[in-house]
Write a protein that binds this ligand. Structure first.
Ligand code: ARG
Length: 563
């Protein structure tokens, strides 16, 4: 039940089809103050077509409107203001939510079509940093939002498990590494070797040459190189999976860059055949000057492949395997130029994936104002941040609710939820400075705030008699309740908008608004008093708890019943 649609239909029947209902729909506004109604239509946009003054048109609409869903419809100068019938609307909204439950807001626009999501994609032998957190949680949420809109997402973790850096790592390990150390704390020591390599190669440029040779050996299948690489990959994946488990994120595939190694020759052959490959100072490139872009480097002078070579093979593989309508790449905005180049190459090759390629960029993440980088040793380990957050959440819970039974599970859900929500509440593209203390507060724009509103709703329902919601009259006319009802009513639109913009923050911001409106209602209204509206109030509380929980689910955040 979309009330904008009801208004659009009503206006459209009055104007005799001279302007399309869709055009009218698009022009309907939400007035800034409730004194001007719940929805407003600017009649002046019709004066040209109808050859009448806006005031006359506004009055005609008022005189002829079929007012069933409206308390009143008034002309205000060139505007028509619509006041919805609160009792009727609240009844309909609540009834729909209680019937559809968590499926409220589902739609089928995706028609089961596949969308691949290239997400998380950390690099082997390096810790997954807070930087990769964004890709993981944004991708995970976009997948859930796509599913709610009827698409079939495929979450593909494009691990950085191939490339010249493995030549460096092998070189460093053979020089300074210890098997026991790597076994004891793999990522920690592998990173140390990597950092040391970058320090020492400034004085020993010959190390770079060694590293290049090792990578070449790896590409050619040299047993020692392959053995070490496999081992580094394995121990790294174990560490990544611990983090994914904490975050509750799963993938459909882990086809890292190495998976495409054997497909690279085909890429090079195809590019050659299409006449797209050119020699440039010994290297092979695809010229992109017609797109105003720098050439894409496909093979280095020594014939080694590059990141983009592997990405071309990946795009071809995804097309052939999944036939997706879109390929989303959830990767930081520092790679925007790179994805323009990739898209341009795919377009030149005439591949389907070119049109469906969407880079979903996001801003930098800093922690207490500091940028994150592995190379210079300034690393914030995601695992450590998650553990710290859970620990802090536990302290809060112990203070606030000492009798809570399942403290550890709730602390886990609140601590992790705070981090995920703290990321997703921001528009993707914004850079964020992460402050754990802030994100864990139960007040303000935080995950725990929304979780707490949900838990509060659950607690009210627990306190009510077991046979609460025992009639099917959900009419409410109270102003604070009305604000809540209007927000619930908007949820299906929110689901569509988040999908169209690939923007989880749309859902996160919405959930904050709903939690706030609910808290206001709850602060001003006694819910559990025996009167005629008790049933409708409890039904509203239940609806709120359903929508808050579903919003959090779309973000990949849990909603504990008590906290
Ligand atoms: N591993 C890369 C990095 O950490 C991200 C990979 C993104 N995906 C892709 N298909 N290029 O920067």
């Amino acid at each position: 039940m979309d009330y904008k649609q009801i208004v659009a239909d009503a206006v459209s029947s009055v104007v005799d089809g001279k302007v399309s209902t869709n055009d009218i729909y698009a022009k309907i506004e939400k007035p800034k103050t409730s004194a001007n109604g719940d929805l407003s239509f600017p009649a002046f946009i019709l004066s040209k077509e109808l050859h009448k003054s806006p005031q006359v048109i506004a009055q005609e609409i008022v005189d002829n409107i079929n007012g069933e869903s409206f308390e009143k419809v008034v002309a205000a100068g060139p505007y028509v203001n619509f006041f919805l019938d609160k009792g009727k609307v609240s009844h309909q909204v609540i009834e729909t939510v209680l019937t559809e439950e968590e499926h409220f807001g589902d739609n089928h626009q995706g028609e089961d079509r596949v969308v691949t999501i290239d997400m998380s994609s950390p690099n082997i032998a390096k810790p997954m940093s807070m930087g990769h957190l964004r890709s993981t949680v944004i991708g995970n949420s976009i997948a859930k939002i796509l599913t709610k809109n009827g698409y079939k997402p495929i979450k593909d973790n494009h691990l950085g498990d191939w490339g010249t850096q493995f030549g460096k790592l092998i070189t460093a390990y053979l020089k300074w590494g210890s098997e026991e150390d790597v076994k004891r704390d793999p990522i920690h020591y592998l990173v140390q070797y990597y950092i040391r390599f970058h320090k020492e190669d400034e004085i020993h440029p010959e190390y770079d040459e060694e590293a290049r040779e090792w990578f070449k050996k790896l590409e050619d299948g040299d047993p020692e190189a392959v053995h070490l690489w496999k081992w580094f990959r394995e121990v790294s994946l174990e560490a990544f999976n611990r983090t994914y488990k904490k975050l509750g994120v799963e993938f459909d595939t882990y086809n890292g860059e190495s998976f495409y190694n054997e497909k690279l020759q085909d890429v090079v052959d195809t590019l050659k055949k299409d006449g797209l490959l050119e020699k440039s100072q010994g290297a092979s490139v695809v010229d992109l000057s017609d797109e105003n872009l720098n050439p894409a480097l496909i093979l280095k002078t020594d014939g080694a492949s590059l990141y983009v070579t592997r990405d071309i093979a990946t795009a071809i593989y995804r097309d052939e395997t999944y036939h997706p309508v879109m390929n989303l790449y959830v990767v930081g905005s520092e790679q925007t130029y790179y994805f323009k180049q990739l898209k341009a190459v795919l377009k030149k090759m005439g591949l389907d994936s070119a049109a469906g390629l969407h880079h979903i960029p996001f801003g930098l993440i800093t922690v207490n104002g500091k940028k994150l980088s592995t190379r210079h040793g300034n690393i914030v380990l995601l695992n450590e941040v998650l553990d710290e957050s859970v620990k802090m959440a536990k302290q809060q819970i112990v203070e606030k609710n000492p009798d809570l039974k399942d403290k550890d599970r709730v602390a886990e859900e609140v601590g992790v939820g705070a981090i995920v929500f703290g990321d997703l509440k921001n528009s993707r593209i914004d850079s964020i400075d992460f402050n754990l203390q802030e994100q864990l507060k139960f007040e303000g724009e935080t995950g725990p705030y929304v979780q707490y509103a949900h838990a509060r709703a659950q607690s009210i329902l627990r306190k009510a008699k077991s046979d609460y919601i025992n009639s099917d009259n959900y009419a409410l006319t109270n102003e604070d309740a009305w604000e809540v009802i209007k927000l619930i009513q908007a949820f299906p639109e929110i689901v569509k908008r988040a999908n169209a913009e690939f923007e989880p923050s749309v859902v996160a911001k919405y959930s904050l608004k709903l939690a706030k409106a609910f808290n206001k209602y709850y602060a001003h209204t006694k819910i559990l008093v025996e009167d005629d509206e008790l049933n409708a109030r409890l039904a509203l509380v239940k609806s709120v708890s359903i929508i808050l929980k579903e919003s959090l689910r779309l973000l990949g955040v849990k909603a504990p019943n008590e906290m």
